[in-house]
Ligand binder design. Sequence first.
Ligand code: ATP
Length: 249
Amino acid sequence: MSERTPVLELIGVDVHYSGVQALHGLTLSVMPGEVVTLLGGNGAGKTSTLSAISGLETPSAGRIIFEGQDITRARPHDIVGRGLVHVPEGRRVFSRLTVHENLQLGGYLVRSAQELATRLDRVCATLPRLAELRGRAAGSLSGGEQQMVAIGRALMAEPRLLMLDEPSMGLAPGMVATVMGLIRDISEQGTAVLLVEQNTRAAMRVADRGYVLDTGTCVVEGPVAELADDPRIAEAYLGFAPTAAEGTK
Ligand code: ATP
């Protein structure tokens, strides 16, 4: 596959929940190595987009293509097996299990013990704090540490596309910056990222491109610098008026 082939493509995707239409013909793409952010207020359709991609909701129209293969109706475990992994909102670590056990669960599709150990080492190299916390019960950790466990668990599957739903939610500002830095590191190691955020400023500092959703429709898309520099877009949809420095990483 060429560098210019998208890792992920959504073409005209609709999602309905018994009577409510959450997405209206959503079209988007993520290129290899890109961080793409999906922005929008409450109920805009961000989580529904990730649920459709990861197979938790089946689109009522449109197509979802991952690495050239149609996954529109694929099952969630199949989608993970192909290298597309979703870290849901709210982290959802297994609180009574240790950090080490949580990470091991992320490698559930790995058959060889040696390969599992290699992956654990790689994840701990990306997230050294997890090595320090490995024997601690995940439920005893801070919100930021739990978010790292959730991301580390997803990385155990060695995804080619990682989807993160509001990873900054409930975190202190310093920890938000750490998590955003981690997202940049992950993309620099070759994993494309689709990042859903309500923390628009944080997301725009780390992302290459963005899509802004409003009631299930994409109202604007483009490089984040362009989105942030357009005062009409910034004020109407992103919740801030840009400053001269805004829009650059
Ligand atoms: P938030 O940040 O508040 O989670 P969001 O942008 O992620 O918002 P979605 O959760 O995707 O938005 O919701 C999009 C629309 O679909 C909303 O109108 C929401 O009420 C509706 N919706 C989401 N999940 C369900 C569901 N399980 N059943 C019925 N309607 C739903």
